[in-house]
Design a protein around this ligand. Sequence first.
Ligand code: GTP
Ligand code: MG
Length: 512
Amino acid sequence: MKTNFSDVQNVRHEQAKHSVLISCPPKIHETKFLQYLAQHGEVASHFFFDSNGTHAVVEFVDLQSVESLLSVTKIPSDEDVYVVPYKSRYIRVKTTNAGQQFPKCWPQTSLPMNNLIEKLSTAENIEDQAQMLLDELQLTEESIRLRYLVSSLISDIATAYFPEATVHLYGSSVNSFGKMGCDLDLFLNLEDIKGYKSGKSTGAYTAEFWMRRVSSGRTAQQKILSVIGECIDSFGPGCNEVHKILNARCPLVRFSHQPSGLQCDLTADNKIALRCSELLYIYSNLDHRVRALVFAVRCWARAHGITSSIPGQWITNFSLTMMVLFFLQKRNSPIIPTLDQLKSLAGKKEKCIIDGNDCTFVGDLNKIKQTANTETLDILLIEFLEFYGKFDFKTNCIDIRKGLEKNKPEVAALYIQNPFEQTLNVSKNVNQPQLQRFVNLAQESAFILQDQVRESAKIGKPWGLASILLTNGSDRETTTKRKKKILASERIGGLLDSLKDNGNTGKRKVEH
Ligand code: GTP
Ligand code: MG
């Protein structure tokens, strides 16, 4: 039985509400610390981590325990500064009875690239390499809990103004494609406020709230985000480097949450993006190869500077994911269904229209038929690289809704149709040189992998996925030289073959 997106979200949100973030002394007696907390109720789970000091995330079984702990927590009395008396679930625990030991901290960083390459080279095949890479890079249970807790703390700030608003996580923190250290995408949902559009009339009378009116939804979002951004900046415990980026296509507040080390992007009313996260979650949970291939491709692209953490004309992780999904839909026996097929499986209650866009698809993973395709990741990785190494980007656009190439509706180096807002291009930002770098790299990497199949050259050197993560070094240079040599000999071979073919055709012509 597979767990649906909304069930995961509900469980995680509940866990977060029952949790507190605690700054601890660097050395602490773990058992005594837990005994101290247990005075307020049973602790369901806890872990320590080290990020700008030692911290703990502690989840209580009952919500009252959180209240109880907060009720005995005092406002600090620093003498030379004035503290802003905003209370939150981020607290500091001090003790006169510090332990002798550092608590076991959960590691927050993943293996550096060189070590990762070394580790991957010990695997049996690319399938295992991809799994290793996934195990190394994916978000850990602790990181997921911490992300939901930060979201919950931000929600507490936002709901001080808008009590019925909710804060949701979207993007790679929840769509199963998140890697350690990825940003935290949050959105403030004001639309689902109870009675937002309904209300009740009594006889001839109706009542409505007297509300400020602004010229557009975008203006409303900008105003709300501006105020919430101000609150986060002025009162948000542990939040700093707050930037309001309100003129972006999707207005947002960017800030750093210091104790968790997370870079957060808060947007308003970004329901389509949440829907998109659910769609990606569904795809990734349908078949284990989806996540493994997406991680491998994202890591490969990042290693070569195809993607970047700085916004610009590069391909984004989101676009890369779309490309992997499209490729998997295009296999002879498709590994994942098209979005239209997922839509056709949706029940009546799952019909979902957001801002006039049809975002309907089935939410129950167990209703989707498993693929009969059994191709290994060894095959899929090479074929992915070959597929995009020779994809006709000039003419065609990528569309995961239909799972078919179609003519580009407008000029753009790379056109990936937005699955929900179907007139938009997800990769509009990408320019021709960046696309060309991607294509060249895909061709070169495909060649490296094929060459290894030809040479069965595994021993002692990075091979398979590890070899295409290498950015320079002698191995790569040797391969490039070999590639030129082989390409030249293939070209001559091809020429001879085509001469032979022409001869045949000529003969047939005579025969007919
Ligand atoms: P990371 O690089 O790991 O953060 O991946 P991500 O999927 O979280 O990407 P990002 O933080 O850039 O964006 C968050 C979410 O916003 C994505 O998962 C998408 O749902 C959505 N998104 C990002 N870029 C676009 C875009 O160009 N168009 C549309 N429609 N949605 C986008
Ligand atoms: Mg993100």
